[in-house]
Write a protein that binds this ligand. Structure first.
Ligand code: SF4
Length: 238
């Protein structure tokens, strides 16, 4: 099912992109700016997770068990690319659920990481294997609100993750479950299409830089919806 071009899965993924683009247009209409932007990210994440769960019984042959477990975080040592609604949702998630000391501690980890990146060429940054600042005691502290790519990446072999990721390789050879990856690409496209149609800035941003901006600017959702380019310093170009 996952191998054939033009298959039922391809059509389903196309429908996911379209329905998410339409859902993004709808959630951006009502509510406060932060509610609208956070709902955009939440809708995308929910559609992703539901689609992956719904497709699982139809995948043939059934995939082997996933190696991903709480505390296994090799994939949390690479640069994470995400979108503006997700970093705004994450900033709100931390403000609501964490103490001001914990948020200060998160800022300290963010700044420490960005200081290590300062002045390095992009290729070298991508090869650094620094832990994501959202990791606490080895696990994601914002698991519920994590970016799409973090939801999409599922490995069958933790040893391969350790060997390929921690060595800094860019041509990683890791046996990964392709259904969530393909769903994630479809959902990201749907979000981008929906934001573009609604006239909002779209495109990819780097998680850590974007989250620092969203944490530093409590009015980030209002400003972004009003057309401010405040996330420009976090923009990612491949
Ligand atoms: S956001 Fe969470 S899941 Fe994603 S890389 Fe960071 S710690 Fe890992």
């Amino acid at each position: 099912m996952t191998e054939q071009p033009g298959s039922v899965l391809d059509n389903f993924l196309g429908e996911i992109s379209k329905s998410l683009a339409s859902a993004v247009g709808n959630v951006l209409i009502n509510g406060s700016a932060s509610d609208r932007v956070e709902a955009t990210a939440r809708t995308a994440a929910d559609i992703h997770d539901r689609a992956v769960a719904g497709l699982a019984p139809m995948v043939a042959p059934a995939p082997p068990p996933l190696a991903c477990r709480r505390g296994c975080n090799y994939c949390c040592h690479v640069q994470i690319i995400t979108d503006v609604p997700t970093v705004i949702r994450l900033a709100a998630y931390f403000r609501v659920r964490f103490s001001s000391q914990e948020v200060d501690e998160l800022r300290r980890r963010i700044n420490e990481r960005l200081d290590r990146f300062e002045g390095l060429p992009e290729a070298e940054r991508r090869g650094l294997r620094l832990p994501c600042p959202l990791l606490v005691d080895g696990a994601c502290s914002a698991y519920e609100a994590r970016p799409l790519i973090c939801r999409s990446y599922n490995s069958f072999d933790a040893d391969a993750c350790e060997r390929e990721i921690m060595s800094g390789r860019s041509d990683r050879q890791i046996p990964a479950y392709d259904v969530p990856l393909r769903v994630g690409i479809a959902v990201a496209k749907g979000m981008e299409d929906g934001l573009r149609s609604a006239g909002h800035a779209h495109g990819s941003i780097e998680l850590v830089r974007g989250l620092r901006i969203a944490l530093d600017e409590p009015q980030a959702a209002e400003l972004w919806l009003a057309g401010s380019d405040l996330f420009a310093p976090a923009r990612f170009s491949s």
